[in-house]
Write a protein that binds this ligand. Sequence first.
Ligand code: S3P
Length: 431
Amino acid sequence: MNFRKVNRLRGSLKVPGDKSISHRAIMLGSLASGTTEIHHFLKSGDCLSTISCFQHMGIEITKNSSIVQVKGKGLRGLSQPDSILNAGNSGTTTRLLSGILCGQHFTSTLTGDASVQKRPMGRVIEPLSLMGANIQSTLGNGCVPLQITGKALKGIHYTSKVASAQVKSAILLAGLYGDGITKVTEPSLSRNHTEIMLRSFGCEVTSNDSTVSLTPGSPLEGQKVVVPGDISSAAFFLAAGLIVPDSEICLSNVGVNPTRAGILQVIEQMGGNISLLNQKSDNQEPTADILVKTSNLHGVTIEGSMIPTLIDEIPILAVLACFAQGTTVIKDASELKVKESNRIDTIVKNLTSMGAHITATEDGMVIDGGYPLTGTFIDSQKDHRIAMSFAVAALASKGTTNIPDSGCVSISYPGFYEDLGKLIESPSNPF
Ligand code: S3P
């Protein structure tokens, strides 16, 4: 697909449901008793992979209307899958599901696509083995396929080397089957959607700084889950609104959980004109409408405990940094190397080919902003967030940007290009 400069972006959008929360709603709904009703579920490639895995374990999930219904069978109600479980491109499905599978009464095999097959699973194999699980990387390379035989599990206190919600969640979900309390301490707090949703399903979970503690024993009960808009999807329109001249965009009902919303703080530090309207925190996943206007930006340093709160937004923040005056430094982000692609490489190579002044470092990148970008061929490595980031960069760059694998956005945002088109075509200011 080809992308070019646009004059302005105007309008309002409701971005699709949060990917992390949608995955968790299917998982907990399957392990709960009764029906879980999920509103604004994200029907994207990754979340459909989670649905398919649970359907293969005997869970009835209907997704015909705008509401997804999960007929849960309780903690011990999954049945042995009739085939290998395939998580597709989804690291979240792979890691969280591996925690659940360790507590079952059957043996299963879990695999994924070429990208997932390269992603490190040692980070879940190690703690789950300490809990007593029988979980093996069948090729012996620390990656999927994983063969998992359910066992009686022990509660542990695990101190993780990485701030990863996927690792934390895998351990907590296995902890549902433990013989006592399971605790996870992370170097800094990662997204806490699992903790919040476990509590709302009736599980005893307490949090203290970056330590979370789960006491097993309470049955999970099916819930109505209303999924907020995904801030990681909203991020592309926030950036587009900031860098395209004469723009004003309102994104409604976006999840602004502080463990996810680091990008909002960074945009403010960069001098971006954004405001949060209609803020709601009636459940523990707060939401807001976000209004963004074209802004003069300046470079910032993004590091430390901030990184897990915006890890998926770094590709689009790197694009933003190219349009900011001065230097932006991104450090403490070596996790970028083990995402859907090696995102330090894919960001730096593609932005360099557009004319950006950007250098890769061991744990991030340094960007000297203010140099104009020119469209070129983009190799997204079929990484959805890279494709969307460069589609946005193209809107404020000279010439034509060609993204051959643009369809990969369906992993997290199937209607991305249509939604972007609505903002380009909308002739008047709707506010
Ligand atoms: C996710 C956690 C993050 C994030 C991913 C979704 C989750 O991964 O990058 O897109 O839903 O728990 P890590 O836990 O590997 O940081």
